[in-house]
Design a protein around this ligand. Sequence first.
Ligand code: NAP
Ligand code: MN
Length: 269
Amino acid sequence: MRFAILSKGDITSNDIRTKMKNYLCEFDLEYDEIEPDLVISVGGDGTLLHAFHSYVHRLNKTAFIGVHTGHLGFYADWMPKELEKLIIEIAKTPFQVVEYPLLEIVIQPKNGGEEERHIALNETSVKTPEGSVVLDLEIKGEHFETFRGDGLCISTPSGSTAYNKALGGAIIHPSLESIQITEMASINNRVFRTVGSPLILPKHHTCVLKPLNDRSFFITVDHFTKTYKDVKTIQCRVAREKVRFARFRPFPFWKRVHESFIAGEQRER
Ligand code: NAP
Ligand code: MN
């Protein structure tokens, strides 16, 4: 089996990376950053998002696992104190894989330029640092509403505990192949009207955002942000691809949510 390790870059994470790399090579596993079967992220969710995007072109061949040295670590299951146990598990077992749904984003420019396709593990958001974004929201090809406000967030089920949660969205179990749309401070009065509730769309229900004014705005994809202008459409739907997490022991989603938001075991830094 080929593996790669991505570190957050601090001393603790780098030490863990070196230690794991040496041990796993002693167990005759091959270190390969180009075509790994398993990618180990050492850090927090930010590191795992980074790892995910580094291997987004080969999701069907790569599984991910997180060692936790960051702050929250919703995606990172293993504590540094469990390192030896994890190394032995990786070395000896063909691992189980759990799959979570992802979000596909296709951005079509106005001038007939080439479209961009992105995959998000957490979410995409369309927002502006000044004034408001104005956009038409279409669902399944039908006009749904004209949104005016700070922006919209479209999240995956596993991303529903991130930005989506801060926007009042629901936490969605990743067995539900869906995407969730949440509003950021919509303007609602006699002139402008939005639904005001988070919407959950099943697989195959595409939503399209059409920016209406000429202002530039931000589109975020997980931890990336880029400025755009002259965008015709931003199309979002459940992606064909899935993310695969290596599981060496059960860690059910609701337990993960409980530990992250209600009563987490005191996590080490
Ligand atoms: P960050 O500023 O460190 O992320 C904010 C927090 O979200 C961190 O505590 C991070 O955990 C946590 N997080 C990331 N993915 C999560 C998930 N799926 N479930 C629960 N918590 C999660 O930046 P980052 O680490 O690069 O993460 C980027 C993400 O930040 C974006 O995808 C977005 O979801 C989130 N974000 C949240 C807000 C908000 O809540 N108001 C605003 C902007 C962006 P770690 O500490 O382990 O990294
Ligand atoms: Mn972070």
